[in-house]
Ligand binder design. Structure first.
Ligand code: BTN
Length: 270
């Protein structure tokens, strides 16, 4: 008999995660590995590629010693029952990857909504916010060779100890703060992985076209005055949604521009 680990903060369990996934999604994975502690779950999957293994795989860890965020930031990753999850996906070499992080963000929101979490918004390109507080972050990394190897890392706050929150330079939130009944971590991980596989499959076949129309309902920056910060330059502009490639549209001095560089930092101006 299989005993399924349940409860919001039960240890990560391969069988419980597999149990939450459909057979067809699970069968697309060559590996689903769980660790107590790694440097970074993204790096774990890149190391697997360096050994010559280039099949779809998932890696989760209870703790990361060097969790990585976007723009070279650190992702605080204490062993507090959060989710640190990465998925390796080998796209064929001719796949256009514009806007992949948009598609993944929308998929993540849909999965969280199905678990009863409300008021979720996406801050371009893919921060998951609730009332302008960050609940989850997504890091998409790619290496191009004879296929477009991609690792998508998701950090989702279940529980943020005060000491961790104090180290983070922006307003944050966690499922423990938002939910009267915190979802089961293993079940949510299984649903997230399944959704990521379905999103990647759809994106690979049809690009971003099915996701762009969904953006406006979750757009945290909709018509907001924002600051674009890059090196020493700060521009105050008005956000105007996204274009068909997933680039941020914004108005500056009565002209419409687009931004596809996710290394620029974006802040609400008010
Ligand atoms: C961001 O800056 O918002 C992206 C954060 C991504 C963090 C996740 S945690 C799992 C995976 N492993 C990492 O080192 N980073 C990503």
């Amino acid at each position: 008999m299989t005993v399924i680990e349940s409860g919001p903060f039960a240890p990560l369990s391969r069988s419980a995660i597999r149990h939450a996934m459909s057979d067809s999604s699970y069968q697309q994975l060559d590996d689903l590995a769980i660790y107590e502690s790694v440097a970074s779950t993204n790096d774990q999957l890149w190391q697997r590629l360096e050994k010559g293994i280039n099949t779809p795989a998932v890696c989760l860890s209870e703790h990361q010693t060097v969790g990585r965020g976007r723009r070279g930031d650190q992702w605080q990753s204490p062993p507090a029952g959060n989710l640190y999850l990465s998925l390796f996906w080998p796209f064929p070499a001719n796949t256009l990857q514009n806007g992949l992080s948009i598609a993944i963000g929308i998929g993540l929101i849909n999965t969280l909504k199905a678990h009863g979490i409300s008021d979720l918004q996406l801050k371009w390109p893919n921060d998951i916010l609730v009332n302008r507080h960050k609940l989850a972050g997504i890091l998409v990394e790619s290496r191009f060779g004879n296929q477009h190897n991609t690792v998508i890392g998701v950090g989702l706050n279940f529980k943020l100890p005060t000491a961790t929150r104090d180290k983070i330079q922006q307003p944050t939130t966690s499922l423990q703060q938002l939910c009267t009944k915190v979802p089961c971590r293993n079940e949510l991980a299984g649903h997230l992985i399944q959704n990521m596989i379905e999103t990647l499959t759809l994106f690979q076949a049809r690009g971003l076209q099915d996701f762009v129309p969904l953006w406006s309902q979750y757009d945290a920056l909709h018509n907001a005055t924002i600051q674009l910060i890059s090196d020493d330059v700060t521009q105050t502009v008005k956000a105007q949604g996204i274009d068909e490639n997933g680039a941020l549209r914004y108005e500056h001095q009565n002209q419409l521009h687009t931004l596809s560089n996710s290394h620029v930092s974006i802040r609400f101006a008010s």
